[in-house]
Design a protein. Structure first.
Lengths: 113, 111
């Protein structure tokens, strides 16, 4: 069955520290992969997406993610976090890229001053 | 800019009552989705649509109906609301080779 797993429900980091949020997917092929962010009481906003090509994709606000086919992973990274990055982050996958998205359960990020 | 508008933003309903959540998109997207978000479950797909007149069951359709009367509008209907349907509901729209855009959510409480 298709699934997306985010193993860390909560992550806390200090402002200025580096960040990695983990995402693993289970699909019969290679899906299109996405990271979304949800600020408190808001809808989801797209951070970045991977369709093909360079496995490292750049997103908004200094975020990047790296696709690994061998590891079935799509981890999100940021070199230096800011307090405003505190939010819930969702990894998602779609076999077509535009239909039937499967979401992970989300990782709640808290950035402490 | 792409826009997905949900109404109402907050709703309190009584058990056994009928609830309709509305969604409007101005993106001219063919695909529309209804998700619910619960702590520990992330987003789960309830119903989706590929265009006006079509509705498809998602992963958790029981207790919900959907209606897509036009390209712009997609409704989620709870004929007999139950407390287990207390949740935050998100509508989204997307097209071929476009990202999916989400509304701001509807917080539903069934008492």
């Amino acid at each position: 069955a298709q699934s997306v797993t985010q193993p860390d429900a909560r992550v806390t980091v200090s402002e200025g520290a580096s960040l990695q949020l983990r995402c693993k997917y289970s699909y019969s092929g290679t899906p299109y992969l996405f990271w979304y962010v949800q600020y408190q009481r808001q809808g989801l906003q797209l951070l970045l997406k991977y369709y093909s090509g360079d496995p490292v994709v750049q997103g908004v606000n200094g975020f990047e993610a790296e696709f690994s086919k061998s590891d079935s992973s799509f981890h999100l990274r940021k070199a230096s976090v800011h307090w405003s990055d505190s939010a819930v982050y969702f990894c998602a996958a779609s076999i077509t890229g535009y239909q039937n998205f499967y979401f992970g359960k989300g990782t709640s990020l808290t950035v402490i001053p | 800019e792409a826009a997905v508008t949900q109404s109402p933003r907050n709703k309190v309903a009584v058990t056994g009552g009928k609830v309709t959540l509305s969604c409007n998109q101005t993106n001219n997207h063919n695909n529309m989705y209804w998700y619910r978000q619960d702590t520990g479950h992330g987003l789960r797909l309830i119903h989706y649509s590929y265009g006006a007149g079509s509705t498809e069951k998602g992963d958790i359709p029981d207790g919900y109906k959907a209606s897509r009367p036009s390209q712009e509008n997609f409704s989620l209907i709870l004929e007999l609301a139950t407390p287990s349907q207390t949740s935050v509901y998100f509508c989204a729209s997307g097209g071929i080779n476009t990202e999916v855009f989400f509304g701001k959510g509807t917080r539903l409480t069934v008492v």
